[in-house]
Design a protein around this ligand. Structure first.
Ligand SMILES: Cc1cc2nc3c(=O)[nH]c(=O)nc-3n(C[C@H](O)[C@H](O)[C@H](O)COP(=O)(O)OP(=O)(O)OC[C@H]3O[C@@H](n4cnc5c(N)ncnc54)[C@H](O)[C@@H]3O)c2cc1C
Length: 451
């Protein structure tokens, strides 16, 4: 048996755990919450932060969760769990007030408070526990923390979130006046008298522009908003759109050839990256007010259809060089402060470097995932590495979203347990999605032939 010093007790030998989870964002928290109902499963989850925090740099007071609160950490696969959002409301003595509000959605602030409540009541979570390196000794994964302590487990669940996109043109400039959107509220006190440019036309970009224009005390002289998309488009919503956020859709998506998967993900961009109507309405109203009522039309510039390709800086500030897609010409935007709201991408974290050559990766360095979220690892089959928020290509547009996080956690726990602890079987689909293994015409013909 591996005898490494366990976390919190440097000298005593430690039994091999069933699972170590690395990163406690919503996705591993969902796994931890489900495993809490299985006392025989020995699991520990590590996070580098001192406590649970969810995208604090973008936690605007008015932001609304783009997902139903019923798709919380547990409810879709374990509605009786004590870790549900509804139980949170009940225990906070807030249930009736919440229901009386008939809210269109739950605020991100409240959902974050719910997740914090779950994260700190689970005995399996460990804070101030950044993972430095993971290796494999033939029997178990050895996990070394930044503080030098070690732990080991037969299985891993790696969920450290996506890596912010930092294109080549931005990389040399990253610093106090050119930073990623995730840091926004940590940096944004006053922008008094500054020309601020937000690059990125998704929901995060929209929320930052709205905050720059409306939050008390920000006072930028000018706000420019650049997007490479042809317009600032709303989120696609409704019953038919939301059918892509179902287990049934994921299972049909997985039958598609690579090119089919790529075109599905591209075609569904606005189902996940479009702008929330409430944000668009508030933003439009403020821009209208500035243009027509406050006589301040030059304080906001909206620049869709521009693709940034270079950035330089001189004594007068930054110059952002863009391709104007429709005109096939170039345009330059000046700025004192640049906020990069250009998204993030899946990646294998650095601490997995010792195992990198033993995991099947795509050309971008992202692990290929099986249906049950396992990386293809060349070690023994009983040692599994689950990858969460790494499956945009393998599981489709829903993978980085919270819509199926409890379902995915159920799939992973079932795989760990080797039995169907949670019912994760898709129900009957409303839409007959294209699928390679069972073309619809064939099954109709078969039904007709059968009589
Ligand atoms: C502002 C914002 C709002 C969003 N709103 C929605 C929404 O309304 N609906 C929706 O469906 N999706 C939403 N998303 C998308 C998605 O649900 C979130 O990004 C979600 O947080 C992803 O969860 P995660 O667990 O993969 O990663 P994260 O939340 O990023 O958590 C990763 C964790 O890993 C930890 N970590 C990293 N490295 C290490 C290490 N070496 N050792 C230990 N710990 C480490 C980090 O500290 C962090 O706590 C939103 C995303 C953003 C950015």
């Amino acid at each position: 048996m591996t005898t490494l010093a366990p976390v919190g007790s440097p000298n005593a030998p430690e039994a091999i755990k069933d699972l170590i989870g690395i990163g406690i964002g919503p996705f591993n928290l969902s796994v931890a919450a489900l495993l809490d109902s299985m006392p025989k499963m020995n699991a520990t989850f590590f996070d580098q932060k001192p406590e649970f925090v969810w995208h604090a740099g973008l936690m605007f007071p008015g932001s609304i969760l783009q997902t139903s609160f019923l798709k919380d950490l547990v409810t879709p696969v374990m509605p009786t769990s004590p870790h549900s959002f509804v139980n949170y409301l009940v225990e906070q003595k807030r249930f009736y007030d919440f229901m009386a509000g008939r809210f269109n959605g739950v605020s991100r602030t409240e959902f974050s408070a719910y997740m914090t409540w779950v994260a700190h009541r689970l005995p399996s979570t460990r804070w101030d526990s950044g993972v430095r390196e993971v290796s494999f000794d033939g029997e178990a994964f050895q996990v070394e923390l930044d503080n030098g302590l070690k732990s080991c487990a037969r299985n891993l669940s790696v969920a450290t979130g996506m890596k912010p996109n930092k294109p080549d043109w931005a990389a040399p400039h990253i610093g106090p006046t050119c930073f990623h959107a995730g840091d926004y509220l940590h940096r944004a006190a006053s922008f008094s008298g500054k020309r601020v440019t937000v690059i990125g036309g998704g929901q995060t970009g929209a929320e930052i522009v709205l905050d720059l224009l409306t939050a008390p005390g920000r006072e930028p002289a000018q706000v420019s908003w650049i997007s490479n998309l042809p317009r600032f488009s709303p989120l696609e919503e409704g019953g038919f759109v939301d059918q892509v956020f179902t287990p049934g859709y994921v299972s049909t998506y997985q039958t598609l050839p690579r090119a089919g998967k790529r075109s599905e993900v591209a075609g569904q961009k606005l189902a996940s990256d479009g702008l929330t109507p409430a944000t668009i309405d508030a933003l439009y109203e403020e821009i209208y007010r500035r243009k027509h009522l406050a006589n301040a039309p030059d304080t906001v510039t909206l620049l869709p259809g521009r693709n940034v390709f270079a950035l330089d800086r001189d004594a007068a500030g930054y110059r952002i060089h863009t391709d104007v897609t429709a005109c096939q010409t170039a345009e330059t935007v000046s700025a004192d402060v640049i906020i990069l709201a250009i998204g993030a991408k899946p990646s294998l974290p650095e601490f997995m470097a010792p195992l990198r050559d033993r995991i099947d990766l795509d050309p971008a360095g992202v692990p290929h995932l099986s249906q049950d979220y396992r990386m293809t690892f060349d070690g023994p089959s009983e040692n599994r590495i689950f990858g969460l928020n790494m499956g945009l290509a393998s599981h489709g547009i829903v993978d980085p979203q919270m819509s199926l996080m409890a379902w995915r956690a159920g799939v992973i726990v079932n795989a760990l347990a080797g039995s169907q602890v949670f019912d994760v079987e898709p129900g009957a689909d409303i839409i007959s999605w294209p699928r390679l293994d069972q073309p619809v015409a064939t099954s109709l013909e078969q039904a007709a032939a059968a009589g």
